[in-house]
Write a protein that binds this ligand. Structure first.
Ligand code: ADP
Ligand code: MG
Length: 251
């Protein structure tokens, strides 16, 4: 299958006079892991929200492959193969890990919660759907937690579950918001290994991360943002080695 590419041109977005994005142009390469770093308020989350359709830019354009996505609704962009995770994970804590993944599969159609629940009831009857969901939970290492309510899982397991939900959309492009923040080192290694595996399977992965050691470990490309602008980009050893970049980052 052809892998989609992802890019944006001269994106601008301001909030009450604050320029959250001030002319951001980026192109993300296929089968690669790109990290987006930068101090708090740099515009990283705004970029993610604009590129996934959750916010509309004031100016500029976004593309998934050849398709312009600038004004498309989030579920339409998801259908083109771009999925995201949320910092607050957005799992449904009362239902099982299994049902959360089933729900994510239904959600890509842009349904209401009730519609998604109905679809799950129907879809659960289908062996192929069950198999696919079990396969995803197995992939992220949650095969023993399938029946556990998401709210009972550890924070690291919840992050893995949100990744499984993201994969449930069958997206070729994954945009992850701080995938290892707040988890213990063993769990972080597990998540980073999973990201590498997904990259090897041909996914294009972009992630926002504060943990520089995690960035060094998996990123093949790094983008540094500050004050709504791209300050530096390139190979990690080159970008992270530059004194002024680290100073801006730590400011
Ligand atoms: P980062 O994710 O890099 O920490 P953000 O994209 O969240 O940065 O924020 C960039 C700037 O835009 C910050 O100054 C932030 O306060 C502002 N901002 C972001 N979202 C909103 C919003 N919904 N309303 C008002 N200001 C916002
Ligand atoms: Mg943020």
């Amino acid at each position: 299958m052809q892998i989609s590419s992802l890019r944006c041109e001269r994106l601008k977005k301001s909030f009450d006079g604050i320029q959250a994005l001030d002319g951001v142009s980026l192109q993300f390469a296929q089968s690669r892991i790109t990290a987006i770093i930068g101090p708090n308020g740099a515009g990283k989350s705004t970029l993610l929200n604009v590129m996934t359709g959750f916010l509309k830019p004031d100016a500029g354009k976004c593309y998934v492959g050849d398709r312009e996505t600038t004004l498309l609704a989030p579920h339409r962009i998801a259908r083109l193969g771009l999925a995201r995770t949320f910092q607050d994970l957005r799992l449904i804590f009362q239902v099982s890990a299994f049902d959360n993944v089933m729900m994510a599969r239904a959600n890509q159609h842009g349904e209401t919660l009730l519609g998604a629940l109905f679809r799950i009831a129907v879809a659960k009857e289908e062996a192929a759907n069950r198999e696919a969901t079990l396969g995803l939970l197995d992939l992220v290492g949650l095969h023993e937690q399938i029946d556990e309510p998401a709210g009972k899982l550890s924070y690291g397991q919840q992050k893995l579950l949100s990744l499984a939900c993201c994969l449930a959309t069958e997206a070729k492009i994954l945009w992850l918001d701080e995938p290892v923040a707040g988890v213990h080192p063993a769990m972080a290694s597990k998540i980073l290994a999973l990201m590498r595996k997904l990259r090897d399977d041909g996914k294009l992965i972009v992630f926002i991360e504060h943990d520089i050691s995690a960035v060094r470990e998996v990123a093949e490309s790094v983008v540094v943002m500050d004050h709504g602008r791209v300050k530096a980009q390139g190979a990690p050893e080159e970008v992270l080695g530059r004194h002024e970049v680290m100073e801006a980052y730590l400011a």
